[in-house]
Design a protein around this ligand. Sequence first.
Ligand code: UGA
Length: 446
Amino acid sequence: MRLTVIGTGYLGATHAAAMAELGFQVLGVDVDPTKIERLQQGDLPFHEPGLPDLLRKHTSSGRLRFTTSFEEAGAFGDVHFIAVGTPQRSGEHGADMTYVDAAVTELARAIRKDSLIVGKSTVPVGTARRLQALVAEEAAPGLSVDLAWNPEFLREGYAVEDTLHPDRLVVGVDSFKAESVLREVYAYALDRGTPFISTDFETSELVKVAANAFLATKISFINAFSEVTEVVGGDIRTLADAIGYDARIGRRFLNAGVGFGGGCLPKDIRALQARVSELGLDRTMSFLNEIDEVNLRRRDRTVYLVEEMFGSLDNVRVAVLGTAFKPNSDDVRDSPALDIAARLFSAGAEVAVYDPEANQNSAKRFPRLTYCSSLVEAVTEAEVVLVLTEWDEFKRLTPESISDLVSGKRIIDGRNILSADRWQDAGWMFRGLGRRVEVEAPILSA
Ligand code: UGA
């Protein structure tokens, strides 16, 4: 069985390399010739642990190739995965379906043999059924071109592991044949006992957005309690630990801090609301508005904590540690960390930024921040240090290692990864999101 993967971003490139690892002949397709050229040379255009090795292994073995040609894809593949983006439409909450529609149309026209198109992109409910009609219209007469939806649950930073060893497989199908092809594609995971949920198109589309909406809700739930503990005193981490011991609640995704970002959770909760409103259910998902707002207020709060320290931010030297939306990624799409850095800059601060992987992507969005090649460079002469992405390097940060470098001992822990006691004992003013403000040691400014 030969596979194609249309769209070679975080999702598609990972899926293509993982399928090659499982023994399939795979052709990756993208409209961006520069990206395709790099991938063909085994050069991954983004940061994803473990993926560069897999990509090199299979571009060398010849099992994985890349092209910009839909004609080539249509002649090559028995199964075609659609993995193009569905970003938020500019100025609106709904998902931009341009890329999915274009990919499916062009592919359907180019297909030269009986085949199955499998959508993996996150889409508004109703899309698969609409695309099924589109494929029937566009595919050459006489060919059997089937459609299925197979949402993807991989997390950036763990993409390879999540693709090779998913915790469940969900397929939305309209024929036994489509299901049996997908069982063959995923035989490796199925042999290892991975739950396989075969359902209709609509359920499969909804499963994906329901999962992301639930995760976003968990994060904003704990962050809403942060707003309370910040006023009444208390420690949000202890609260999360204590409720997390209840197996019905669970501790995961209850880490309070600057909130969620990335290319999925924020736009998916907005697109879900937009889609459900279109269906006439205006109030049904309106709680997701609150989830979004709680999330965005964490960014306001972080900026406020700096303002509170200095009054005016004019020329205040700020060090921002971390701009990626989460560790082990160079992705800065809707990153709370980068947004906070940019807002501090707009308010007059001098902002020195260091992220182990995301400096380059951050600089493309906000070229006027000062990008540093190390933590030491970023904190030198800083009047306040903000830790905004929980990279291991920042979890290990100690007051001893930077006290002599900064010009003011002030730190804000935006991810609840540092020990307040330890920093306060070393004479630092410490602020954490959702954390009790202890009696201060005097602030030592140079
Ligand atoms: C998310 C889902 O977790 C994946 O299952 C899904 O496949 C993917 O979206 C997608 O739709 O493609 P991802 O965007 O890679 O994956 O990132 P997450 O690990 O979910 O983190 C999202 C954001 O939430 C990050 O900014 C992270 O820092 C934040 N977060 C996460 C918290 O603030 N607190 C937590 O406890 C957990």
